[in-house]
Write a protein that binds this ligand. Structure first.
Ligand code: CA
Ligand code: CA
Length: 238
């Protein structure tokens, strides 16, 4: 009889240990998921020397992000930021040489798939060089201010400079390597939905973070040699 009682007891104990181990595995797994809870990734893009290219910084977070600071470091001898398009942050393209700074705060927060910013870089380095785009999350918290740094996983990006295609300077909305009235028309036509401008993304020539009719006007005024009202750090197109 003692043996028959001891066997079910041993079985119960084994089952309890198995449940405990399973629980630990689930907990450890949950911690790993939490550890990779926020992703911030820069693209790898390529552009001809002398041209401009949009590089998007995007990511994902299940938990709402209430505030963040992101530094983007790059070799200023190879690339220079022309403008920065973002709907959720203040973007300073001229924080320091080789440094672009994004800062944001939101009471409601950002979650799900997030586009932090699209930066228009001009490739000023020689063909064959590659500029590392170093992403550094300097601060991040949830909507009540709790730190989320331990959840962040960052992927750096790069701008590969090649000589394969003719360069497309900022404002060259139709990608024909020259700035002309055709670019102004291309922007307006795209906005109206009449035809798509192949390089619409690099047409934010007044550096206000969006491409609209004001950019079409700025292109025309630039061509005509007329005065421009550009914010500090926004270089006029040639
Ligand atoms: Ca053009
Ligand atoms: Ca603009």
């Amino acid at each position: 009889m003692r043996t028959e009682t001891a066997r079910p007891l041993a079985t119960l104990m084994l089952r309890a240990v198995a449940v405990l181990i399973a629980g630990l595995v689930v907990l450890l797994g949950a911690r790993d998921v939490l550890a990779a809870g926020v992703t911030v990734s820069a693209e790898d893009v390529s552009v001809a020397s002398g041209g401009a290219v949009g590089l998007t910084l995007s990511g994902h977070s299940e938990q709402a992000i209430g505030a963040f600071g992101i530094d983007i470091l790059f070799d200023e001898a190879l690339v220079t930021p022309h403008s920065c398009q973002t709907a959720i942050a203040i973007c300073n393209t001229g924080a320091q040489p080789g440094l672009l700074r994004l800062n944001s705060v939101s009471l409601l927060g950002f979650s799900g798939d997030i586009t932090f910013a699209t930066i228009i870089f001009e490739a000023i380095g020689p063909a064959g060089s590659t500029a590392l785009i170093d992403v550094d999350v300097t601060a991040i918290s949830d909507t009540v201010g709790a730190d989320m740094m331990e959840q962040v996983s960052v992927t750096d990006g790069s701008v590969m400079i090649d000589g394969l295609a003719p360069p497309t300077p900022p404002g060259d909305a139709n990608c024909d390597s020259t700035i002309s009235a055709a670019d102004s028309l291309a922007v307006i036509s795209d906005l109206a939905g009449a035809s798509e401008a192949a390089c619409f993304g690099i047409a934010d020539v007044n550096c206000d973070g969006k491409v609209n009719a004001a950019d079409a006007l700025t292109i025309l005024r630039s061509i005509g040699g007329l005065s421009l009202d550009l914010p500090a750090g926004c270089t006029a197109i040639d």
